[in-house]
Design a protein. Structure first.
Length: 218
């Protein structure tokens, strides 16, 4: 069963567990959408509506909002597209040292075959701009704890952009360096050290600003 943080007639905010997909086509594998449809089907007959307006990578834990009707989905999706309306803040622990105590990363990213993305030139066909801001919260040995404010939602964006700064997310075998993978193994880290800790958006019906935050650390 999914962990529902907040629910009303228009939206459902959930705490997604690390390892659970938002949506999957793999038979027998649980995902957020299927679990929510099962939950909502107990309340009313027929196929319930669960609208995806943003995603979290399967290994990532954290807050995610779903729409319960098409109007709410359109309104929330507009906030995601236009930027500024939906605020997404992450917590991550990386191996390495970021170039400054706080900063802004702007890259162009391209999704390749094999469920992987890479940094690309701006004029590359299909490349999309990726923007995030970071702030160092703590340094411990060879690792740093960072707060990330995400301004765009590209495929594997945080993981790739930080890796490109020689500070890959701990627990990340896909974009990690030899050193970060070795550190992950030596310290028994079993998960991706990336959490979608805070989520804010304008309610699609009332317009009220909604804010949710998990009490978690890495």
């Amino acid at each position: 069963m999914v962990d529902i943080i907040y629910e009303d007639k228009a939206v459902i905010v959930c705490h997604k567990a690390a390892g659970m997909a938002v949506q999957t086509a793999r038979p027998g594998e649980k995902d957020m959408v299927s679990e929510l449809k099962n939950y909502l089907s107990r309340e009313k007959k027929g196929e319930p509506y669960v609208g995806i307006v943003h995603r979290l990578d399967q290994p990532v834990e954290g807050l995610i909002v779903f729409a319960k009707d098409s109007r709410a989905a359109a309104a929330l999706s507009k906030q995601v597209r236009q930027g500024g309306g939906m605020h997404k803040e992450y917590l991550t622990r990386v191996y390495g040292c970021m170039p400054a105590d706080k900063g802004r990363l702007e890259d162009w990213m391209l999704k390749d075959k094999g469920n992987i993305s890479r940094i690309a030139d701006p004029d590359t066909v299909g490349a999309q701009k990726a923007v995030l801001e970071y702030e160092k919260l703590e340094t411990s040995g060879n690792t740093e704890l960072l707060k990330i404010l995400l301004h765009s939602g590209r495929h594997h964006q945080i993981r790739l952009q930080l890796s490109a700064q020689s500070a890959p997310v701990l627990g990340d075998s896909r974009y990690g360096s030899e050193e970060s993978v070795a550190y992950t193994r030596e310290h028994g880290i079993k998960r991706l050290c990336l959490i979608a800790r805070k989520l804010e958006f304008d309610h699609p019906v009332s317009g009220e600003r909604k804010s949710f935050e998990l009490d978690v650390m890495l």
